[in-house]
Design a protein around this ligand. Structure first.
Ligand SMILES: [Zn+2]
Length: 114
């Protein structure tokens, strides 16, 4: 689980933050962001989100990332990691992370991911 105010990651989609921050007047913490316009647009709502709600959404996104990895395994017809070549293994990991980030962004911004 990440802290939504971690300066290293975007507080909306978990990609690398690039130094863009959002903080309402008199707020004690800065929500760091990537350069995705959707993240910048969602910053105000995410900043006021309670950590337990953020954690709940993040947990759902992690599950969706796992689902994306399973989808890839079904596509290549392999479930034995030792039978994968390096490209398949790399793509499997990329799908999980990309699925997690896409779901996190969608859930934070209220979009629906199928
Ligand atoms: Zn972002």
């Amino acid at each position: 689980m990440i802290d939504q105010f971690n300066p290293a990651v975007c507080g909306v989609c978990a990609r690398s933050a690039i130094g863009i921050g959002h903080s309402p007047p008199r707020a004690s913490k800065i929500l760091w962001l990537c350069d995705d316009p959707k993240c910048i647009q969602a910053a105000k709502a995410v900043h006021s989100m309670k950590q337990d709600e953020f954690t709940r959404i993040e947990s759902l996104a992690a599950a969706k990332g796992g689902d994306a990895g399973i989808e890839f395994l079904e596509t290549i017809g392999k479930t034995d990691f030792t039978a994968m070549n390096i490209d398949e293994w790399s793509e499997f990991r990329r799908r999980i992370i990309a699925g997690y980030r896409a779901a996190l962004l969608a859930d934070m911004t209220g979009e629906v991911v199928l």
